[in-house]
Design a binder for this molecule. Structure first.
Ligand SMILES: [Zn+2]
Length: 286
């Protein structure tokens, strides 16, 4: 076989392997597509170069510039230190472009953070405008946390990163479930279980008992927001009852420490043990 033919066959086999891999792993495909649709490549807003926007999203970008400084200050105060590097915020007008850029290939999520960027769905300047400050602040919590921790260290459980982001944003991304409703659900036996599985499949989030959703309720979004809000309440309780240990935990995690070890070093107990104490405190405050 000639060298040219061998190289051609090798290239063909490589291309087939790539096609097969991407067919079997849509998450890899979405991540690759996102690499070619980086919000940092969009034009910057003259008033604030941290904001990148699609041309048609200019009014939305101008709404973001008005609230970004307060959102950044809020996260720095809640997390207890400045950002490792200035965040990039992507503002979109097209759901298609947003889905390509967010690394999920999904336009239904209101906001996404990835690689130091907070990406905002067009819906936040349309029908869900009231959510814009909360979701922006929520995504900035992730950007801040992973900006220090880096993306190579193993991810902490999702209950922690999402609970932290909801707490730090005063309920961003969990708007339709209040603190009082989340606390009442825990008291009534519908507490979320702090496991280490990813909570990306919201129907699979484990609760002690299946929380009743009621008529006309969107079960998927209800389960997500109830779980996030309960995790946020727990993290706020940890910080309130033992602020020094909470700071120690945050600094260890930002330094890349594995979650279980960092948590035990800080609090001398595992999350489920402290969750029980937290639940008892909720019963007492009924
Ligand atoms: Zn989040």
């Amino acid at each position: 076989m000639s060298i040219v033919k061998s190289i051609a066959l090798l290239a063909l086999a490589l291309a087939a392997a790539l096609v097969l891999t991407f067919a079997m792993r849509p998450d890899l495909r979405a991540a690759l597509v996102a690499e070619f649709n980086d919000p940092a490549d969009l034009p910057t807003l003259a008033a604030d170069p941290r904001i990148h926007y699609e041309a048609a999203a200019l009014p939305c970008a101008e709404a973001v510039v008005a609230i970004l400084p307060a959102a950044i200050a809020k996260i720095e105060s809640e997390h207890g230190r400045p950002f490792a590097k200035p965040p990039i915020v992507g503002v979109y007008d097209s759901f298609v472009i947003y889905a390509r850029a967010n690394g999920l290939g999904d336009s239904d999520v209101a906001g996404v953070s990835r690689a130091g960027r907070a990406l905002l769905s067009p819906v936040l300047c349309q029908s869900e405008r009231y959510r814009l400050p909360g979701v922006l602040t929520h995504e900035l919590s992730h950007v801040h946390f992973f900006g220090w921790r880096g993306h190579r260290a193993p991810r902490p459980p999702q209950w922690f990163t999402e609970g932290l982001a909801v707490m730090a944003s005063d309920g961003g991304a969990a708007e339709s479930v209040s603190d009082a409703e989340a606390a009442e659900a825990i008291r009534s036996g519908y507490g979320v279980i702090l496991d280490s599985t990813p909570w990306s499949d919201f129907m699979a989030i484990p609760f002690a008992a299946e929380p009743p959703c009621g008529e006309g309720c969107d079960l998927r979004s209800f389960r997500q927001r109830l779980a996030y809000r309960q995790a946020a309440l727990f993290i706020a309780w940890l910080r309130r009852t033992d602020p020094e240990s909470f700071s120690r935990l945050m600094r260890a995690l930002e330094g890349g420490a594995p979650f279980e070890r960092a948590f035990r070093d800080a609090f001398q107990r595992a999350p489920p043990e402290l969750w029980r104490a937290f639940s008892v405190s909720l019963q007492a405050s009924r």
